[in-house]
Design a protein around this ligand. Structure first.
Ligand code: TMP
Length: 244
């Protein structure tokens, strides 16, 4: 790890050059940010928990035929992934109103939406990741029509599948964010699911109590962030022995 080449450092993860061409090592930090980096903090042990939770989700998705960048977990904080060209769009799915959509449209938190909504945000920190439409995605060439169609199809499958996994552990999947990349193999290009799936980028409420078990605990100063992430890992059966 010491001499590894750092390629990119984001708010919650670091990417290093991988051991083989076409691979990267994704390192999960304990750093937490919210509201486009305005609020910063540390959730001790978060990196370890997100690493195992995301491994679990990516593995289950692979089992139903969804292609992801995940190869294997290397240790407590690192996983080996395929190098992809990240599409600069955050794809958000909302099943229940919470977060930004409540402010934007004057909805009550917890209000079921008429149907699951897919939204796009342009990944640009300096602009605060603005909400965009499919028109912007294709007009500016961030993804082609065909790529976007595939992204939406995969996203909806992921929503149904993850909603079921979470229901099975007594948790409601309120909303979440996905990122996709292009995987280049010989003369083929494939859309693959990238980034992570963890309580950092999902809203997860206990089905009985509506207790928040995700990063909203940090965003809203509710406390108990680490315990909430641990609760999700424990319910999924992947709680690491030492959560730090
Ligand atoms: P929002 O209500 O703040 O738009 O968030 C919707 C979902 O997307 C929520 O589960 C958190 C996730 N999300 C991220 O993972 N990264 C982000 O930068 C944003 C804005 C949201």
């Amino acid at each position: 790890m010491a001499n590894r080449k750092k390629l990119y450092e984001g708010k919650a993860k670091i990417l290093y050059k991988g051991p083989r061409p076409g691979t990267l090592v994704q390192y999960f930090k304990d750093d937490a940010t919210a509201f486009n980096n305005e609020k910063r903090g540390v959730i001790t042990g978060k990196g370890v928990l997100n690493n195992t939770i995301s491994e679990y989700m990516m593995t289950r998705l692979t089992e139903i035929g969804i292609t992801t960048h995940f190869i294997e977990r290397l240790n407590m904080r690192e996983q080996l992934i395929k190098e992809v060209e990240i599409i600069p769009i955050e794809v958000v799915v909302r099943n229940i109103a919470a977060g930004q959509i409540c402010k934007r449209l004057g909805l009550d938190e917890g209000q079921p939406l008429p149907r699951s909504l897919v939204e796009y945000y342009y990944k640009a920190d300096e602009l605060g990741d603005p909400l965009i439409s499919d028109e912007h995605v294709t007009a500016f060439g961030w993804a082609s029509h065909q790529e976007l169609e595939e992204i939406v199809a995969v996203t909806l499958r992921v929503n149904d599948f993850l909603s079921g996994i979470f229901l099975g552990i007594g948790v409601r999947l309120i909303d979440f964010k996905l990122e996709f990349g292009r995987l280049f193999t010989d003369d083929n290009v494939q859309i693959v699911l990238a980034d992570e799936i963890s309580p950092d980028n999902c809203r997860l409420w206990d089905i009985k109590t509506n207790e928040k078990l995700d990063k909203d605990r940090f965003r809203r100063d509710l406390g108990g962030e680490r315990e909430a992430y641990q609760d999700i890992a424990r319910r999924l059966g992947v709680l690491p022995e030492m959560g730090n």
